[in-house]
Ligand binder design. Structure first.
Ligand code: SF4
Length: 343
């Protein structure tokens, strides 16, 4: 998401800056200008007018590795629709709000969200490589959830003090947007908490910049005693190219279980053929479909919305095309519910 000061574990001692890796270079070089995005994709100038309106509300971020999977000259490309701002983002829609999951009510410590029993979510990075137009955290107050080193220790004390917590979920932003030395330090501290069993990482980076899965990342992933689950975020089979498959294989070889969650998005993946192809392609990459979320009603994303009834109909049809293990669970997240709600 928007580049802000990383919040994970800050080094206070003076150290030489580490060498910039390939993925960090790619992260620094993401397309941030709607005009450049339209020009690079041979889009008609009319696309730019709406793009500038949406960009003013939530800026464009598109990595080159993702750009190359978008069809040139096609304003309806399903990957383009996920990243190109549109004028409709500025239209207020009843029921669509800045904090659709009421996360602010479940933040006992800066950078920590505790909604569900047995697991807590850590905002390990306020940054993403890509800005997805439908993101439910597009208005998230990252600046208020950027603990200093001392505050981060306080956050971990919350986990240490509650033996019912068995799973730590790294989220963001995209947690893998943080440098590996910070993540390694954080994961080492988590591994030292005896009652923690699992480390879950919610990330889109291996999809949008597959080079992110490099040896440094794999080293801390391999090293932890915690069981590792990586939940990717892929909405369309076209997002899975050979580089993404290779990145998934590296993560698996490091001992991670790979799952995927998608968001059901109008004009992107709201038909049976597209969802079926996504599940098939995920499995080719060694990833199991996990959740298919209906859209969280966040301000600026109403144009992606699909009614619950239409979603149920779609999934009933999808079930006729796939083996059970390739069927994602259709869910809605409702504030203050004890778990996701199956539809
Ligand atoms: S959906 Fe994920 S990757 Fe996309 S902007 Fe939101 S947090 Fe970042």
């Amino acid at each position: 998401m928007i580049t802000r000061t990383p919040i994970a574990v800050h080094c206070e001692e003076v150290v030489s800056p580490p060498a910039v890796t390939s993925w960090q270079r790619q992260l620094g070089d993401v397309i941030r200008d709607p005009a450049e995005l339209c020009r690079r994709l041979d889009l008609e100038p009319t696309a730019l007018l709406g793009a500038n309106t949406g960009h003013a509300l939530f800026p464009v971020r598109v990595p080159e590795a993702y750009l190359k999977r978008i069809r040139r000259g096609d304003p309806d490309d399903p990957l383009l629709r996920q990243v190109l701002p549109v004028a409709a983002e500025a239209e207020p829609t009843p029921g669509f709000v800045d904090d659709p999951l009421a996360e602010s009510a479940h933040t006992p410590k800066a950078g920590l969200i505790h909604k569900y029993a047995g697991r807590v979510l850590l905002i390990a990075s306020p940054t993403c490589a890509i800005n997805c137009r439908y993101c439910f955290r597009r208005h998230f107050p990252y600046a208020d959830n950027a603990p200093s080193l001392r505050e981060w220790d306080d956050t971990l004390d919350y986990l240490r003090a509650d033996a019912s917590i068995h799973e730590a979920i790294l989220s963001g932003g995209d947690p893998l947007a943080s440098p590996d030395r910070r993540l390694a330090s954080l994961v080492e501290r988590l591994g030292a908490i005896a009652h923690l069993k699992r480390l879950r990482i919610h990330t889109r980076l291996p999809v949008v910049i597959p080079d992110r899965v490099d040896e440094e990342l794999l080293a801390w992933l391999r090293a932890t005693r915690l069981q590792k689950v990586i939940v990717l975020h892929i909405n369309h089979a076209q997002e899975i190219d050979d580089d993404v498959i290779a990145a998934c294989r590296r993560l698996q070889a490091a001992g991670a279980t790979l799952l995927n969650q998608s968001v059901l998005l109008r004009g992107v993946n709201d038909d049976v053929g597209t969802l079926s192809a996504l599940s098939e392609r995920l499995f080719e990459a060694g990833v199991l479909p996990y959740y298919l979320h209906v859209l969280d009603p966040v301000t600026g994303a109403a144009h992606f919305d699909i009614s619950d009834d239409d979603a149920r109909t779609l999934v009933a049809e999808l079930r006729k095309t796939l083996p059970g293990f390739l069927m994602p669970r259709l869910v809605r997240e409702i504030p203050d519910e004890a778990s996701k709600t199956p539809l």
